[in-house]
Design a protein around this ligand. Structure first.
Ligand code: NAP
Length: 486
């Protein structure tokens, strides 16, 4: 196949990374389908106050599109969005994105050796290769709460922030204390009349102030040769150090844990709140939260931290398991995403009419997070076991883009119809990967990294450098090449 038709589902960082890599290597029959009205993925949807990345900008940006004018260490949502759109334009892939197009189903035809991608509007696209770049964190998760429909106030999810609803002077409930809530609670605490924060599990914290750079730092980054790349290298190794701590909770993990404890003790002056917040699980098991403003916000006079479980809702507010009614005007669900669903807003059907849902009944798995047996010429960006607890997802996405580009080059070189990972290769790499979790902090509590059976399906168990190495050179022997349709 000289020039395969490629459909990429999703135009966030993953889809854009894949498109740039493929286009650079001469694959120009490329279409990106994006459900949202604009490019951006998670950075389009998450506009809550204070939304930012807690990974420094030098690392949370493409290696091939570094910019020196980030105004602060950790980029804000709007800055990231502007960056991603600019990169998409600069590399000539923006015009390949069809926005406002929600994919409902992708079906492989053994007879045609091709994918048919169907959209909600009824349009279809034929593709020789399919790249699913919908990410792990795109379907907002709402807990099933009894009586939710009886609530007379207003409510919304943090990933679909209602900017038209004025919070000023209102009694507000926030359910959840994860990475999103930690960013938006300090931003809204000032304006609300009363804030009730419902916490199910406490978190380990590390400091993060993220003030705009002083002028001298900005000037140095612009003018000192090598400074930008040195900073990028520094943050790469810092991320690896965090992974080192998570991989070795009994040794290095203890040292980093001490630093987190000291920071939290210093921030938590109120002994009651301190006791409520203090986590009871191994440092690094859940995502460590970077924020210097959340714990102080919890100790404000007009803020109440509630650790009783949310049991139901009444017209007036939230009811906790102890039977208490917490009257509020608005509930903000900071309850995260349906992470184990992967791209299950869509029906994906592979060879022999087998659905991906069926293939993944025992938990999602894919060779290097990218390829699934029985799903020819299909690649998943940010697929199973490619999330990181230390480092930047952009590093992984670039590696995935290079790997799938090699797969398609091999397909092109051989003139084959499709490429599909061998089941025994995928099974072996999955076994090896799962075994690498043994002894790590990730195994020591429940978290969104696991599926219902307890299997860790979100995270890569090692270092960024290991993933880069594993994906650097595609081994054609790991794949079967199917003849083209006759
Ligand atoms: P999250 O980390 O999954 O947090 C969800 C929160 O809701 C948790 O505190 C969870 O408690 C709580 N929760 C869920 N169901 C509940 C229920 N029924 N009752 C009470 N509490 C409930 O979600 P998120 O904060 O939106 O963040 C998701 C991910 O997005 C992060 O882990 C991170 O990877 C990414 N993110 C990154 C950044 C960044 O700066 N890079 C910023 C925001 C988000 P439990 O802990 O008990 O489950």
């Amino acid at each position: 196949m000289s020039n395969p038709r490629i459909v990429i589902v999703g135009a966030g960082f993953g889809g854009i990374a894949a498109a740039i890599e493929l286009q650079k290597h001469g694959f120009d029959e490329l279409t990106l389908l994006e459900a949202a009205p604009e490019i951006g993925g998670t950075w389009f949807h998450n506009t809550y106050p204070g939304a930012a990345c807690d990974v420094p900008s030098q690392l949370y940006s493409f290696s091939f599109a570094q910019r020196r004018d980030w105004p602060r260490l950790c980029p804000r949502q709007e800055e990231i969005l502007v960056y991603l759109r600019q990169v998409a334009r600069d590399f000539g892939v923006a015009e390949r994105v069809i926005c406002g197009t929600r994919v409902s189903a992708c079906r492989w035809s053994d007879a045609d050796q091709a994918w048919t991608v169907a959209t909600q509007s009824g349009a279809t696209y034929a593709a020789d290769a399919l790249i699913l770049a919908t990410g792990q964190l795109h379907q907002p998760s709402f807990p099933r709460v009894e009586g939710a429909e009886s609530f007379a106030g207003h409510s919304f999810h943090s990933a679909r922030w209602d900017h038209h609803y004025p919070l000023a002077g209102k009694r507000v409930a926030v359910v959840g204390t994860g990475a999103s809530a930690v960013q938006f609670v300090p931003e809204i605490v000032e304006e609300v009349a009363h804030l009730t924060v419902f916490q199910r599990t406490g978190n380990w914290f590390m400091p993060r102030k993220n003030r705009p750079y002083p002028r001298v730092v900005r000037a140095a980054v612009q003018t000192v040769p090598g400074l930008q790349s040195a900073r990028r290298a520094f943050w790469f190794h810092y991320g690896e150090l965090l992974t080192f701590a998570i991989r070795h909770p009994g040794t290095v993990g203890k040292v980093v844990h001490q630093a987190s404890k000291a920071f939290m003790r210093w921030q938590l002056k109120d002994p009651v709140v301190r006791e409520q917040v203090w986590p009871d699980y191994t440092f690094g098991c859940k995502r460590v939260l970077f924020g210097s403003n959340f714990l102080p916000a919890l100790q404000r006079e007009h803020v109440e931290l509630v650790t009783d479980a949310v049991a139901g809702m009444a017209a007036e507010g939230v009811v906790t398991a102890d039977g208490r009614l917490h009257p509020v005007d608005c509930v903000i669900w900071g309850t995260g995403f349906k992470t184990n669903d992967f791209m299950f807003g869509m029906e994906i059907t592979g060879s022999g009419g087998r659905s991906l849902r069926e293939a993944w009944t025992g938990g999602a798995h894919a060779h290097l997070g990218l390829t699934v047996p029985g799903f020819p010429s299909m690649f998943v960006m940010y697929g199973p076991n490619t999330n990181t607890s230390g480092g930047s997802i952009i590093t992984y996405l670039e590696a995935q883009a290079r790997y799938l580009r090699q797969a398609l080059q091999e397909l092109r070189r051989r003139g084959a119809g499709a490429i599909v990972v061998r089941p025994e290769v995928e099974a072996a790499s999955d076994r090896e990967l799962q075994a690498r979790f043994a002894g790590t902090a990730w195994t020591r509590c429940d978290s969104w990294y696991r599926d219902d059976s307890g299997r860790i399906v979100a995270n890569w168990p090692g270092y960024m450098r290991e993933y880069l190495k594993a994906t650097e050179l595609l081994d054609p022997g790991d794949f079967a090449f199917l003849p083209g349709a006759t």
